[in-house]
Design a protein around this ligand. Structure first.
Ligand code: SRM
Ligand code: SF4
Length: 555
């Protein structure tokens, strides 16, 4: 049954005729020029690859009648953000040999490489495959990288939770061999097996992307209510351990399309470990059948739930699940943990959360900086790296006796300790935006340090230096750094102005509201000033800015 009638988008036709994500990719990649055809651009996304151009030189090149500087972004899916030291070293080598010398940690615990040239795509896929990593399925109309609270990976007592993100990734990854034929093993299309795909995908896959997170029941570092489907570990009185399932969250919106909006997920059901995959399958099948394939801007699952209404949406899922869903258990979150600094884990090992800064792992000078420090740690210690949904990195499974050496090594490379960071910097996020993102309307990552100093300066001036304030900045309303649930969300509107969203909850359970449009970066402190003054005077003891704003300014 299709809810939306009308002509399908061109992307639907490209998927349908692609022979399970092959299309003309093989010949397009082999061609000696720097770019790929339009159809291949869309299919490449399923393989984790985005065709981009360097926007810093776009205008001057166009004016000079030269071709654009074509580059590719490659996103590597890292379930739960968990990497062995061997994998980290492979990523580090790829950064210098094939990309722009940086490793970009994402808000979904994945890794991105920027500035990759077309001839680097196959060698990169080889390197990743050799270390059991892949970019396949990191983008495209499929289940994306599954995020998971790092604390569950370090401290979960239920062993079934430890590899939960890996199992979800394995269960819901597309089955087509296209990626390995085209990018890893060379073109084997003449001899390959007949193509097939999971039934919950079919020949046209999902209408758009689908995002899953596994949250910590006590804190919400993964922003579980911003996901298409969230799993929150819970214990049922009679059924035992399982998950509360929440569905139909999503944050992207578009200025050009007023009927797009951010939405928090709603509770759906409680499931046991044995039931969870079948329920996810039923939700995917519902989205596959009812999602809008006529308009990609409204093709996310949140619009199916919002348009149908929650009860009919639930009934559609139950129909595909084959039985009634029981109610969810009550949900409650505490403030999100940033996982920074030293902690001791339940097994006696230690872990150190290191702030990365908009997720960009690079060096300040050749051989000196965070990237070199992490490489030396990976070469010398038997540890595990965990990328967080705050674009930071946790060095986990550290022997207590190695703590001092690791601290000294980081200090030598100028990496600051968590207690040396200002409160704004500590939790600030920014998306890549310019010069790589084709959708960016304004700067984000490159201007984050300036914005952090401006906002921290305003806190300091008001005697609020030690108070936490969650700042998130994006170059457009797609919301890749999740500004729609931030206490202060700064969202690119034009080249030099931003829309200011305020009052999201530090627990990720309340949407921020649009406070002022088209504010210049330098004017943001002035807009915040009277609100911060009120927060100081009228706020309850330990009340966060977001909670104060939601209680007093815009209840
Ligand atoms: Fe995102 C598109 C970067 C997390 C909502 N996102 C993009 C693209 C691929 C731009 C494009 O389509 O041409 C960006 C690549 C820029 C570049 O140069 O690298 C991009 N998104 C990112 C990352 C790297 C931001 C970051 O700072 O880390 C995150 C990668 C996640 C990952 O590893 O899979 C990233 N994107 C998000 C999130 C947050 C999340 O998932 O927790 C969101 C909001 C949640 C949601 O999905 O609703 C998000 N990205 C979007 C959207 C809006 C989708 C929509 O519903 O309309 C787009 C636009 C699109 O898909 O066409 C988008
Ligand atoms: Fe690009 Fe917009 Fe996402 Fe930033 S929020 S990475 S500008 S799509």
């Amino acid at each position: 049954m299709a809810l939306i009638e009308g002509s399908h988008t061109a992307e639907e036709d490209i998927k349908r005729s692609s022979d399970f994500l092959r299309g003309d990719l093989s010949s397009d990649i082999a061609r000696s020029d720097a770019s790929v055809s339009g159809g291949s651009e869309h299919l490449l996304k399923f393989h984790g690859i985005y065709a981009q151009d360097n926007r810093d030189v776009r205008r001057e090149r166009s004016l000079a009648g030269e071709s654009l500087e074509y580059i590719f972004m490659v996103r590597v899916a890292i379930p739960g953000g968990k990497l062995s030291t061997e994998q980290w070293l492979a990523l580090d080598a790829v950064a210098s040999d094939i990309a722009d010398g940086t490793i970009r940690l994402t808000t979904r615990q994945a890794v991105q490489f920027h500035g990759v040239l077309k001839q680097g795509l196959r060698p990169m896929a080889h390197e990743l495959d050799a270390r059991l990593m892949t970019s396949f399925g990191a983008c495209g109309d499929v289940v994306r990288n599954t995020v998971m609270c790092p604390d569950l990976l370090s401290n979960a007592t239920d062993r079934r939770l430890l590899d939960m993100a890996d199992r979800i990734a394995a269960t819901f990854k597309p089955t087509t061999n296209a990626h390995w034929e085209i990018f890893v093993n060379g073109d084997k299309s003449a001899s390959r097996e007949p193509a097939s795909e999971h039934s919950f995908y079919g020949a046209t896959y999902l209408p758009r992307k689908f995002k899953i997170a596994i949250a910590n029941p006590h804190e919400n570092c993964v922003d579980v209510l911003a996901q298409d489907l969230g799993l929150i570990p819970a214990t049922h009185d009679s059924l035992g351990e399982g998950f509360n399932v929440v569905v139909a969250g999503g944050l992207g919106r578009s200025y050009a399309q007023p009927d797009t909006f951010a939405r928090l997920a709603d509770p759906l059901t409680f499931v046991t470990h044995e039931e969870v995959n079948d329920v996810i399958r039923a939700v995917l099948a519902t989205y596959r059948d009812l999602g809008d394939r006529t308009n990609r801007r409204r093709a996310r699952m949140k619009y199916v739930a919002a348009d149908l209404g929650l009860a009919p949406f639930r009934a559609q899922i139950e129909q595909r699940y084959g039985r009634a869903l029981r109610p969810a258990l009550p949900l409650a979150f505490e403030d999100a943990d940033d996982h920074l600094g030293w902690r001791t884990n339940a097994d006696g090992s230690c872990q150190l959360g290191v702030r990365v800064g908009a997720g960009r792992v690079g060096d300040v000078t050749e051989g000196h900086g965070l990237r070199s420090a992490l490489r030396e740690i990976a070469e010398s210690f038997d540890v595990t790296f965990l990328i967080t949904a705050q674009q930071d990195i946790v060095i986990s499974k550290v022997a207590p006796s190695d703590r001092e050496t690791i601290d000294a090594l980081l200090a030598t490379h100028g990496v600051r300790r968590a207690d040396e960071l200002g409160t704004v910097e500590r939790s600030a996020l920014a998306c890549p935006a310019l010069p790589t993102c084709g959708q960016a309307l304004a700067e984000a990552e490159r201007k984050l340090p300036d914005l952090v100093s401006l906002v921290q300066g305003e806190l300091d001036a008001n005697g609020l230096t030690k108070r936490r304030l969650q700042l998130r900045m994006t170059g457009c309303p797609n919301g890749c750094a999740r500004p729609a649930v931030a206490e202060v969300g700064v969202v690119g509107r034009t080249k030099n102005s931003y829309d200011l969203y305020l009052g999201g909850g530090p627990r990720g359970d309340r949407l921020a509201s649009l406070y002022q449009e088209k504010v210049k970066l330098d004017d943001i402190p002035g807009v915040l000033r009277p609100l911060l003054e009120r927060w100081k005077l009228e706020g309850l003891a330990d009340e966060s800015f977001g909670d104060f704003f939601g209680r007093v300014v815009e209840p």
